[in-house]
Structures are given as C-alpha cells and as structure tokens.
Design a protein around this ligand. Structure first.
Ligand code: KIV
Length: 271
C-alpha cells in the first residue's frame, strides 16, 4: 500500500481542525527532493519552500534577489517528494506587490507548474486585496506578519517587530484583516510572545510562529538552521536539533583522506 494510502493528506480543513482541537501544527522549510522526502515521511504537516532559499541555498545576503523561476524550480523538486504534507510556495519579493493581476498569475504558477497546494505572502492590510483575490481563485493563502524579511531595508535590519502598544495593535489588526480576507493561516515571525499569544487567541485561523513563542498554534523553522547546516549566523529563536555542518565536514574529510590513501573504493564498491 502506498504511503498516501495509509495517511490522509493535509489540507486547509485539516489545518483548521487542528487549531480547533488544540493540536499543534508543524511546518518546516525544504528546498530539495531528498530533504522533503525525509520530512514528509517523518510526518511534518506543512512544508514551505521559503524564499529563505536565497540565503541558505543560493548564498545571497537577503531574500530580495530570489526570482519566481528560482522558487518554481525548488517547489517542483519538493512537490515530487511529498505525499502527505501540505506544500506551500513562498511568493518572492516583487512577484505580488506590483499589481493584483501579477500576483494572481504568479500564485497560479505555483499551483499549475510547481504542484504547490497554497502560497504564502508577506504583509498585512496592504496585501489584503491580493489575499482576497488569490483566495477567491481557489488558492489557499498563508499570511506572514511581524519580521517580514522582504522589508528588511524598511525595518533597518532583522529586528523584533510589534514592540510597544501601537506597533502591537497594528499587527493584531493586520492579522484580523488577513483572516477576513481569506487567509487560512498566518506566520508570525519575531514578535513578542505575549503579542503572538493574543493574536492566536483572537483568530479562528491558526498562527504559525517563528520566534513568536510557544502559544502560537504551530511552529516553523528553516531546515538548514534546525539541522545545524547553515553556520553564517543563528537567530535566537532557532534550536539546533543536529549539527550537520560538522557531521558533513567530518564525512567529507574522511572521504578525501581515504581517496588519497587508496582506501576507497574497496572491493565491495568495485565491479
Ligand atoms: O522564507 C522562509 O523560510 C520563511 C519562513 C521563515 C517562515 O518565510
């Protein structure tokens, strides 16, 4: 029996009912076939092909240079691996801001060409109309509030957002606006835990926290961060569940050594 036969696929209604039942939602980013296959087999609920791709896979110093073609290429690879999880494509910088029509076309490309089950886009009230239109075309939309990395230059760095009453009130209002516009969930990135808790309590749709504390309805991490693969910097909200960077270096050094010494390939690897 196939894996899909044993497990029911995660859909927007599954995600919504998990919140209703108080069951935590798990999400991780993935950018390639092999990693996505492991995650799906492990039982992650949602896989996000994040535009963090730009930093952890493509080596840019922000997410801004990432293109639609980059995102579609990696979303296709992830989609080929996934049987159970809901696959979300992250709309890259300037793929949805210029016009509603362009946003609709690009959201549609994630679904038609890359096999995504929904899209994520950053912003609050300013993307409400876009969220409404994309949702009304049958495409699930995940919102993203707080530290939205595509606005790093406007924020003046990767800083905690929603500190102070006015800023907190604006993010809470934005969350309600996105819910009303049809978003099926909202990522809350690097906001005070008390604010994330209040937003989570105020909404019917689930919140997915990254640096938003334990009271969010679910959590997401960038896979390269949580596996200890990305060593340029580690944000405070990251817990490293492995140290793959060191493991990979050790394995590669051992391979180099064995090739130099003539210890690899052995008879068992030869024909
Ligand atoms: O691009 C990304 O990986 C993200 C997550 C951190 C939520 O947006």
């Amino acid at each position: 029996m196939s894996k899909a036969g044993k497990m029911s696929k995660v859909t927007t209604s599954v995600i919504r009912s998990m919140k209703e039942k108080g069951e935590k939602i798990t999400m991780l980013t993935a950018y390639d076939y092999s990693t996505a296959a492991v995650m799906d087999e492990a039982g992650v609920d949602m896989i996000l092909i994040g535009d963090s791709l730009g930093m952890v896979v493509l080596g840019y110093d922000s997410t801004l240079p990432v293109t639609m073609e980059d995102m579609l290429h990696h979303t296709k690879a992830v989609s080929r691996a996934v049987e159970r999880a809901m696959v979300i494509g992250d709309m890259p910088f300037m793929s949805y801001q210029a016009s509603v029509e362009e946003a609709m076309r690009n959201a549609g490309r994630f679904m038609k060409e890359a096999g995504a089950h929904g899209v994520k886009l950053e912003g609050g009230r300013e993307v409400a109309e876009i969220t409404r239109r994309i949702t009304s075309a049958g495409i699930p939309v995940m919102g993203h509030l707080g530290l939205t990395p595509q606005s790093v230059h406007q924020f003046g760095g990767y800083k905690v957002q929603g500190k102070g009453d006015t800023a907190a009130k604006r993010i809470l209002e934005d969350a309600k606006i996105l819910e009303e516009a049809g978003a099926f969930s909202i990522v809350l990135e690097v906001v005070p835990a008390t604010l994330a808790a209040e937003i989570s309590k105020s909404l019917k749709i689930p919140t997915i926290g990254i640096g938003g504390g334990v009271d969010c309805d679910g959590q997401v991490l960038v896979v390269n961060d949580m596996l200890g693969m990305f060593k340029e910097f580690t944000p405070k909200f990251v817990k490293k569940y492995a140290n793959l960077n060191a493991n990979m270096k050790e394995a590669i050094e051992q391979y180099l050594d064995e090739v130099k010494k003539g210890a690899f390939p052995g008879k068992e690897h030869s024909f």
